[in-house]
Design a protein around this ligand. Structure first.
Ligand code: C2E
Ligand code: MG
Ligand code: MG
Ligand code: MG
Length: 281
């Protein structure tokens, strides 16, 4: 196994394509145990408005492996999808995220929404829609407060694509994640009942150095605004990127400029304080 320094400065397992076959096999077996042993956790990355104020959060999985350290989701979600383990993991994320969202709002955080990533395999599962509506009822969450994030590869699958209307019928919002990285994206905007686009962070990263990336980003934002779709810029790391994106008409932002994904306690330490500071100040 190749270890490298992760972006959080934590020890970080190499991406799955670099891991050997036997490594992947071991990881796959360990993943099943990890879910039972509480090594799989949900972190939350804040979503900001154009004033830089908190409006919501995206639930992001983390695997804290006892020997290998932190394993990023891009390395274990594909394994979970292959083995079917993505179904119990998906239920876990759904339950954790809706419970956390309800608790934070009771504590006074007043988030308007929570985003959850959904894989194609989950959408194809007969039980998914029912699990979603049960979680919403259990925690007394309005469907409009939930955003499900889907990638283009999910939409490319016939069955998953046909499930989107069932989700819309529940009243939840749908976002197209990593927008611009696939190649039939514009077609999807017309065909599927989407509410939001998330512009992939690769465009945001290159935007200020590459005029073609800048043109793509500003055009996507204009297009989305005209189609009455919300736009989120992913991967905002610097204030000059934030300012340029605002000039282009983007209204929602995520990125290390504001915060990386945080454990619930860290999230509270950072944002519950802000609320009470605002109140007392
Ligand atoms: P994503 O949904 O596009 O999530 C955004 C990723 O970008 C996250 O990586 C986040 O930590 C990272 N990120 C956010 N801001 C910045 C920034 O300013 N700079 C840089 N360089 N990166 C930033 P993460 O947490 O490693 O997640 C990777 C992917 O794994 C996610 O991409 C999502 O596709 C998948 N994933 C995570 N949690 C789940 C889950 O519960 N279910 C499913 N199906 N997929 C998940
Ligand atoms: Mg996402
Ligand atoms: Mg994304
Ligand atoms: Mg992604």
């Amino acid at each position: 196994a190749v270890k490298s320094s992760g972006r959080d400065g934590l020890s970080c397992y190499a991406p799955s394509e670099q891991a050997s076959f036997s490594d992947q096999l071991t990881l796959r077996l360990e993943l099943r145990q990890a879910l039972k042993n509480g090594q799989i956790m949900v972190y939350y990355q804040p979503l900001m408005d154009s004033l830089g104020q908190l409006v919501g959060a995206e639930a992001l999985l983390r695997w804290q492996h006892p020997e290998r350290g932190f394993i990023p989701p891009d390395s274990f979600i594909p394994l979970a999808e292959d083995s079917g383990l993505i179904l119990p993991i998906g239920i876990f994320v759904l339950q954790q995220a809706t419970e956390q969202f309800a608790r934070w709002n009771k504590q006074g955080m007043r988030l308007s929404e929570i985003s959850i990533n959904v894989s194609g395999r989950q959408l194809r599962d007969q039980n998914f829609i029912r699990q979603v509506s049960e979680s919403l009822k259990e925690h007394n969450i309005a469907p409009g407060q939930i955003v499900f994030e889907l990638t283009e590869s999910v939409l490319m699958d016939k069955i998953s694509g046909s499930r989107l209307q069932d989700l819309k019928d529940l009243g939840v919002s749908l976002a197209l994640d990593d927008f611009g990285t696939g190649y039939a994206a514009l077609l999807y905007l017309r065909r599927f009942p989407l509410d939001r686009l998330k512009i992939d962070r690769s465009f945001v990263r290159e935007m200020l150095d590459s005029s073609s990336d800048a043109t793509i980003v500003s055009t996507l934002i204009t297009l989305a605004n005209k189609l009455k779709l919300q736009v989120v810029a992913e991967g905002v790391e610097r204030s000059d990127q934030f300012e340029t994106l605002r000039d282009y008409g983007c209204e929602l932002f995520q990125g290390f400029l504001f915060s990386q994904a945080l454990a619930p306690a860290q999230f509270e330490a950072q944002f519950l304080n802000q609320v009470s500071n605002k109140r007392s100040g």
